[in-house]
Design a protein around this ligand. Sequence first.
Ligand SMILES: *[C@@H]1O[C@H](CO)[C@@H](O)[C@H](O)[C@H]1NC(C)=O
Ligand SMILES: *[C@@H]1O[C@H](CO)[C@@H](O)[C@H](O)[C@H]1NC(C)=O
Ligand SMILES: *[C@@H]1O[C@H](CO)[C@@H](O)[C@H](O)[C@H]1NC(C)=O
Length: 605
Amino acid sequence: MSASTSSDGVVERVQNFVAENKRAVLLGAALTVAAIGGVAYYASTSRRSDDGDPEKGDRKKKKASKSSKKTKSGKDEDGPLLEEAKPKTADEEPLTEEQIAAMSTEERKNAAASLKGLGNTAYQKHDFSRAVDLYTRAIAVSPAPEPVFYSNRAACYMNMKPPVYESVVRDCDSALELDNRYIKSLLRRATALEQLERYEDALRDFTTATILEQFRNDNASQSVERVLKKLATQKGQEILATREPRLPSHTFVSAYFGAFRTRALPTLPENPTTGDQNLLSAVQALAACDYAHSFSLINEALDQGLSNKTLEAEAYNLRGTFKFLFGDVPGAKADLQASLDLVPSLTQSLVKLASVHMEQGDPQQAFECFEEAIKQNSEDPDIYYHRGQGKHFSTSILFIMNEFDQAAENYTKSTELDDQFVFSHIQLAVAQYKSGHVANSMATFRRTLKQFPERSEPFNYYGELLLDSQRYADALEKFDKAIEIEKQKTPPPPINVLPLVNKGLALYQQSGKPELAQQHCEEALELDAECEAAVATLAQLHLQQQQLVKATEMFKRQADLARSEPELVNALTYQFATGAQIEFVKNYPDMMPQLGQIARGMMMQ
Ligand SMILES: *[C@@H]1O[C@H](CO)[C@@H](O)[C@H](O)[C@H]1NC(C)=O
Ligand SMILES: *[C@@H]1O[C@H](CO)[C@@H](O)[C@H](O)[C@H]1NC(C)=O
Ligand SMILES: *[C@@H]1O[C@H](CO)[C@@H](O)[C@H](O)[C@H]1NC(C)=O
């Protein structure tokens, strides 16, 4: 799985590199400058001060802020403490339409204000139905619609037992139609929408509030992250439940098969059955990288039946591998197990079973498979190569060094048993690098380049390490060499375009010009439309430059290519986060200049 691992590595590096922290990622890299720098880019935008929210009144009271009571002068029209100045209209009977029509504008204003005051009092006494009634009457009598009446009534619906979320949403809609920067209403509606599981709408509101609040409202930003997670998880599960099973990208499949040493062609009996012949054809199609054909042939072979256990075990091994690639994990496990039941010494099936467990995040089971494989055939180099990959499951920093050392031991053992497998050498060098043995790692790479001059992978990975050490010129030279080797391949099945993506990133890191990275990723996609690393990199680059629409397109494409649930959820998270920002720009077009300014500020850093 080395090449796919490398592709993940690229994606991960891009994300880390483009965005410094998680919030940056979720809220758009450029926007985060405002958060980190605390720069008041939005200071000029009109924001209402205290809106007399009953909740706010409540909080103030709890804090027993007597002084604030005093400083609050009577001219604070909205203040929840207004009712201290005894309301004139304390009538319990709602005014009729005729009565209202007979009142002057001034009288109506005063009546509405005192009803609101009474509403606030009722709210503070937790008499929410009465408060709703009073705010409703305030709305009816008010000469002009006031957002605060709706917002306060929404607060009542929110606090009722049980809360009436639909009404919260409706009242906040009204409040926001009157004032689209009314943060409390935005947050309240968002909370209600979240409860109603309308996550996309909730996300839009939380995102808007976060940006309008200049990223200073932690509660709002945390809500963005929480709702994004719910939304992406929910949509991810929906997509997985309905999407047609299919093979991942050519690059991924060839990388997966490439991570196992090629098996000898099966020997057929003198009078082979049709099933036997189809097995042979399936293995030949696999060698020719014709994966879809290989899969249908292996299915036929198993349906038609094979001459003996050896051949049948081979067939199950191959079909199980395909099932795994299709995302059918239980099917894959069953086939690999069937293969082992027929021929327990088929260690490749054990190693593949282990790799399924590893992908599933179950290293314990994986290591049991490796142990069993070693019992069966301690000389199978595949075992050590794949056991080395167990390091990916490290979660604790403390163990990482140690695990990379162990991984390096395993790769060394694998190369000792068979030194013709290029990935063992590469992974050995990578493990040495990660465990801090940089000189050893570089030496391993130089040896590997000599031994496999016709392979692009060692150049590409060596380039990655050089790039990591910020040796740009050396890295670029290696990527160029790798690209040259790939482009010479004839006839070309989709070539490995990772070196191109890496070259773009190296140029970008060297020059600070994102368009250089963009250009190379686009070229990569022309050569292999399914290259996840190129798609993910482009998405991040667009995001960073606030090209939100292009970014969403790429995130959608990334979601389409995603094979596993975590990959899918990751892509969807970005897709929805970007979508919410697009909505923001659409709904608040006057904020666009500021957003652009922030983006440019980011580019100059
Ligand atoms: C933060 O938001 C949640 C949900 O939106 C809300 O229940 C909570 O009261 C808020 N906390 C603060 C300190 O505003
Ligand atoms: C199955 O048949 C092949 C081809 O004749 C042979 O090489 C292999 O040893 C046989 N396996 C068993 C278990 O008989
Ligand atoms: C390989 O890895 C395993 C498990 O991580 C470890 O126990 C073992 O010591 C390593 N080295 C060799 C040579 O197998």
